[in-house]
Structure formats: C-alpha cells, structure tokens
Design a protein around this ligand. Structure first.
Ligand SMILES: [Zn+2]
Ligand SMILES: [Zn+2]
Length: 142
C-alpha cells in the first residue's frame, strides 16, 4: 500500500509529494508552533524523511530553525508554511492542510499545557509529549 499525495504552498510556487502513511498525526499547542503559524494550535502529520520530496519550486523554500530540533520550511514567495523537518527523529512534520486529498486521522494533542484554545474532541491531551518520544506522558483534562 503506497499512497502518494501532492501538496504545496498558497501561491503554487512550491509543490511537494508525500508517500506512504504518516507515523503519527495530531495537534500541537506549543508556543513555537502557535507563534510560527499565527494559529491557536496546529495540526501535524509526521512522515519518514525519505517519504517527502519537493517536486517544484525548491529554490523558493526558505527555512528557519529556532531550537535546532526542528527546521521549519516555508515558501519565500507567498510565506505559506509547508513543513518542519525533525532531523533528530528522522521525521518531517507536513502540515495536513497543505496536502491535497489527504484525510487526516489525528490521535492525540501534544503540549496541551501551553494551550490558548481548549479542544473538546475526546482525544488524549498530553501535557508535553508521550513518554515513548521523551515526554512526561502526563495527561491533562480537556
Ligand atoms: Zn508560495
Ligand atoms: Zn509545537
């Protein structure tokens, strides 16, 4: 089973392709994601690094790394956010809303302790991160 999806930025300059299925999907409420995206929280989908490739406009992809843990990528023409590489985990967080035809299946919320907008959807709300990926594993009420 190898699904391939096309994605891109707001203006169409940058296009990319993702294939396979994501390792994890959910929502992040951390200050960094909120400040970067200008949204109250973001949706994420984590893909293996080699499952993501640019198909056009790669020269117009800008990157910015604040923490060193993630390299956030955006279109330098229209400013749209595209994805954030997580080199330490060999994963790329591709923003699901930038992938055409992809049906998101989120399973958790992370960094919920930093939330500014509560979400009542029945999914687990991790204070920081699940223990399997280095967090406390603590859960918070919705
Ligand atoms: Zn663009
Ligand atoms: Zn975040």
């Amino acid at each position: 089973m190898s699904d391939t999806y096309q994605g891109g930025c707001f203006c169409g300059e940058v296009k990319f392709e993702v294939s396979g299925t994501p390792a994890s999907e959910g929502y992040c409420h951390c200050n960094d994601c909120r400040n970067w995206s200008a949204a109250p929280f973001i949706a994420f989908s984590l893909w293996a690094t080699d499952a993501v490739k640019f198909t056009s406009g790669e020269a117009s992809v800008g990157s910015y790394s604040k923490s060193g843990r993630s390299v956030r990528k955006f279109c330098t023409v229209c400013g749209a956010n595209l994805m954030a590489a997580l080199p330490g985990m060999n994963l790329i967080d591709v923003f699901p809303s930038q992938i055409e035809g992809f049906q998101p299946a989120p399973t958790l919320h992370i960094s919920y302790a930093e939330k500014v907008m509560p979400v009542v959807d029945g999914l687990p709300k991790y204070s920081d991160l699940p223990a399997e990926i280095g967090g406390s594993g603590d859960l918070l009420p919705e």
